[in-house]
Design a protein around this ligand. Structure first.
Ligand SMILES: [Mn+2]
Length: 466
């Protein structure tokens, strides 16, 4: 318990140090592009607004030495990095040595070197696991709360943690403390529900059709199968105008549906339920009601380069919330475009025994390439244990790469594999997790990278044969 107390004490003293920034100084906030990064930025900005501080904001997909060099020339003397920065602390320390810097992050620090101009707030420095126990949004929340009453942002800290997949039938200690604050202040309520995505906004037969957690043969993936299943349970899926959502079902119908799914799946009922985190001040049909849907919406804002809309939505700006909903439709269209491009261009795809390499060059948005890889990795049309490596170009002569694998095999670490490829060509940077990893290289290195990747995948296939 001691390390938690120390972490909180460190947050307190870091906030005090922040308070000593002269009031007339503008503060530059730099946030990460994903849902948690957008939540972290919104929480920080909300705090700065309440404190009557001047600020400006930039949202970045990753921190590179080039982007840090650009920041070096900014007028502001005071910087706050949120949900990023720890992984590049040495570069920040070296390149931005003319600035006073606060890093509020939960990613693994690049090193534990102490820089005089950097106040570093990160749970890992106190042996607290930032990948599961607290998100960037959570760190920003605890930090700003020491400066100003930022309680209403507890709900956004929960959305951020869910965006970073830190919820697993509940939260761990620090996230759980934030959830309690959100519950006590009537911001969030937790309800058990069926493990479907989009319960608030989608009709029941669509939930069944598109479910990735509750997979039922003949129903998942089939609209008519899903409708017939509901009819067989005595549930009419239709309303006078449109289709029924879960909330339109009577208690009796809900019980029938749950029983029907359990019968079909022949599984423990525990596997089909999950916690839903509902934002109390949002109406039932809204995509902002369920924290999971909210996080998805923010992700789509980031990926389409509209992070500011996502931040506005977190700050409860009506106009921004409408724009965010529109953006989600464009995002869905971009996903369809990416899949269509893949289907229409078999000649641009290298397919071997245990891997597929897709170089979309400029044809797919670089922020969508990981999503395309993830969708393909779940496709029933591709054999199991296939590596899916996809590439797309950024507009600064770099190429974004993502690595996925089909069929969730054990003993495969995609982060290590992509790192091995990067080491082979001795160029570029990589990151990610066991089941999803990525890299960035200069576009000139694409051919070399693809060659090295093929060798690494082939070596793995050889090992498996032996
Ligand atoms: Mn994060």
């Amino acid at each position: 318990m001691q390390n938690y107390e120390k972490f909180k004490q460190h947050i307190k003293s870091s906030a005090e140090s922040f308070n000593s920034i002269p009031k007339n100084e503008s503060i530059k906030v730099i946030g990460h592009l994903d849902a948690d990064g957008i939540c972290s930025s919104a929480i920080t900005v909300n705090g700065l607004i309440k404190m009557n501080r001047k600020y400006s904001l930039s949202i970045l997909p990753t921190l590179t030495d080039e982007s840090l060099k650009l920041l070096q020339d900014e007028n502001e003397k005071y910087f706050v990095f949120v949900d990023l920065g720890s992984g590049s602390i040495d570069s920040i320390g070296k390149i931005l040595d003319n600035k006073k810097i606060f890093i509020l992050d939960h990613h693994h620090p690049q090193s534990d070197v102490i820089y005089e101009n950097i106040v570093h707030v990160n749970p890992h420095l106190f042996d607290i696991d930032g990948s599961t126990e607290i998100s960037g949004a959570g760190v920003a929340f605890l930090f700003t709360r020491e400066l100003v009453d930022n309680t209403d942002m507890a709900r956004i800290a929960i959305v951020g943690a869910i965006g970073d997949v830190q919820e697993n039938n509940g939260f761990q200690l620090l996230n759980d403390e934030i959830l309690k604050i959100a519950i006590e202040n009537n911001l969030i309520e937790v309800k058990r529900g069926l493990k479907f995505f989009g319960v608030q906004t989608r009709p029941i037969h669509k939930l069944l059709q598109y479910s990735s957690d509750i997979v039922i043969p003949g129903i998942t993936g089939s609209e008519s199968g899903a409708i017939n299943f509901l009819l067989s349970l005595g549930i009419n899926p239709k309303l006078k105008n449109g289709f029924k959502k879960i909330s339109d079902l009577t208690q009796d119908e809900q019980k029938k549906l749950i029983a029907g799914i359990i019968m079909k799946k022949d599984i423990n009922s525990k596997e089909i339920f999950c916690n839903n985190y509902l934002l109390i001040n949002e109406v039932d049909d809204s995509p902002f009601r369920d924290a999971k849907e909210f996080a998805t919406l923010l992700n789509s804002c980031g990926r389409l380069g509209k992070a500011s809309i996502g931040i506005g939505a977190c700050l409860n700006d009506k106009k921004m919330k409408n724009l965010a909903v529109e953006n989600l439709s464009s995002y869905r269209r971009e996903i369809v475009n990416a899949i269509n491009w893949y289907k229409d261009n078999p000649d641009k795809i290298i397919k071997k025994k245990n891997f597929i390499i897709i170089n979309a060059e400029e044809e797919v948005m670089p922020t969508m390439i990981g999503t395309l890889g993830s969708i393909l990795s779940k496709s029933p049309d591709i054999e199991k244990n296939m590596f899916i490596l996809s590439l797309a170009r950024n507009d600064d002569n770099t190429t974004k790469i993502s690595l996925r694998i089909t069929g969730n095999p054990e003993n495969v670490n995609l982060k290590e594999i992509i790192q091995a490829i990067i080491e082979k060509i001795n160029h570029g940077s990589s990151g990610g997790h066991v089941f999803a990893s990525g890299a960035v290289i200069d576009t000139d290195y694409e051919e070399k990278f693809i060659g090295a990747a093929s060798e690494v995948f082939e070596a793995i296939a050889m090992e498996e044969r032996i």
